[in-house]
Design a protein around this ligand. Sequence first.
Ligand SMILES: [Zn+2]
Length: 166
Amino acid sequence: MGTSDVCSGCGLGAGRQRCQDLFTDVSLRVRALAWTDSLKTWRLMHDVYALQHPADLCTSYAELIVHLGGVAWALEHDGSERGHRALAQLAARPDWQHAPYPPAPGWPDGRGSILVNSLETLSEPLLLVAGIDRWARATWLAYAPLQATARDWIQQASPITPAGRR
Ligand SMILES: [Zn+2]
């Protein structure tokens, strides 16, 4: 298989288009099932997918704050809408326009050991929630060099964190 068959973002062997199609398919499935809290799962999967394809989906500081901050918010806090809104407000500040992008030390070489194809056959809410959580944790781990930066954003987006406690 030539390099043209590999997704440029996450490295999925099936290629970039097939990767995108798989993501769209899973995303529609989550939306159609619409269980309690499915919006959180839907949002998390979009944030994770963006982090695995930063050249296409994290093209500005604002997008990175929303997506990387969003994953941090979902995994380390409660993933509430309130927090996502605060992160979006932080991202909208003009402060980032002149900041070097991507922030040091840059994109991680690997994007995580779990890719979107791990969700391909999941069709029940509980399995999708668990599968997307696993996928998110693997991607968050791949972004370890930027985790401290993401936690800073969450602090700056306060008062979304209760007195800064974890
Ligand atoms: Zn991909």
